[in-house]
Design a protein around this ligand. Structure first.
Ligand SMILES: [Zn+2]
Ligand SMILES: [Zn+2]
Length: 353
């Protein structure tokens, strides 16, 4: 074991503060990574504040962070895909059994024996896993991704959660040129959804509650922006969408969007409102429409997404912050006051004593 600097929350009401955590020495299959950047995902905040306690209670101290990009510093004797000096990335998963149906299908996110990057029982050390708000991490090489060399690393970090969370449902829905795709909400997830759907060749329509996001949505790749509060504007698009990606995690009227789907159209949820949604059965029945959900993506698809982003020069729009501003960033995140993802420059942790 060795010690690593990190930022952790000591309880559901404590701010994140500087601490020291134990990391395992790399085993033969492990890659040790010096973390360069870590994105701030809304899940980090939910977990730090124990807001998902019903299905995933938080164990403290909690070191969040699952949008990790760094430099490989050490590899185990059996590691073949990485060597010291390489750039590697880690997303929401750090381990799985590799044998169940989900793992065999490359869908490790559904493995019953999977290990999340933070707040999951640690198979090597006591306690739970610690995430990317740290100077280093040790991960089985099967869960370390390659990063295309043309992309800016600070802006790559959010691809590891926000990127794959939006890429996976777009691909599964068969989004290509000629398809009409809606993106509901323009935050961390939504802005990635717009960029990716645009790169896949779709006609992209952004739904937003605030007219002031229009210019930005068009810059990100949207072809049209609809102000969702405007019933006339919404009505013009009735029955026309092949696919709608709903990224909103606050309560909203899902039926207003289901009614915009074409025959056999599909709406996929990637945001998680705290209360159950009210779905009008006829909004689905009329037109054979479907409502579904989607959770990140497996390791093969995450690599595919990174390669796609490399080919199309896609990264997240980030505001880079030092780790000392992380608590302030959480407050701003709650107000959606970020375009569109915070990325922590981990060099700031080195000088934090
Ligand atoms: Zn996330
Ligand atoms: Zn499995």
């Amino acid at each position: 074991m060795y010690n690593a600097k990190a930022y952790a929350a000591a309880s559901d009401t404590s701010p994140l503060a500087r601490t020291t955590i134990a990391r395992r020495d790399p085993t033969e299959h492990d890659v040790q990574i010096e973390i360069l950047f870590c994105g701030i995902c809304h899940s980090d905040l939910h977990t730090v504040r124990n807001e998902w306690k019903e299905f995933m209670p938080t164990v403290y101290p909690c070191v969040p962070g699952h949008e990790i990009v760094g430099r490989v510093t050490k590899v185990g004797s059996a590691v073949t895909r990485f060597k010291p000096g390489d750039i590697g990335a880690v997303g929401c998963l750090v381990d799985s059994d590799g044998t169940c149906d989900h793992c065999q299908a490359g869908l490790e996110q559904f493995c019953p024996n999977g290990t999340y990057t933070y707040n999951s029982p640690d198979k090597h050390l006591e306690g739970v896993t610690y995430g990317g708000y740290s100077e280093s991490i040790v991960v089985d090489e099967r869960f370390v991704l390659r990063v295309p060399s043309n992309l800016d690393l600070a802006a790559v970090a959010p691809l590891l959660c926000a990127g794959i969370t939006t890429y996976s449902p777009l691909r599964r829905a068969g989004v290509t040129k000629g398809k009409k795709v809606g993106v509901v909400g323009l935050g961390g997830l939504g802005h990635m959804g717009v960029k990716l759907a645009d790169a896949l060749g779709a006609h992209v329509v952004v739904f937003s509650t605030s007219p002031d996001k229009k210019e930005d949505a068009l810059r990100l790749g949207a072809d049209e922006v609809v102000i969702s509060r405007n019933a006339d504007e919404m009505a013009k698009h009735a029955g026309s969408f092949d696919f709608i990606l709903d990224t909103v995690s606050a309560e909203h009227d899902i039926n207003a969007y289901l009614n915009l789907l074409a025959r056999d159209g599909k709406l996929t949820l990637v945001g998680a409102p705290p209360q159950p949604l009210r779905v009008a059965a006829f909004a689905l029945i009329m037109g054979n429409r479907s409502l579904s959900g989607s959770s990140i993506g497996g390791i093969p698809e995450t690599q595919e997404m990174l390669n796609f982003c490399g080919e199309h020069n896609i990264t997240a729009d980030v505001e880079v912050i030092p780790i000392q501003k992380v608590n302030e960033a959480y407050e701003r995140l709650l107000k959606s006051d970020v375009k569109y993802r915070f990325s922590i420059d981990m060099a700031s942790l080195k000088s934090d004593s």
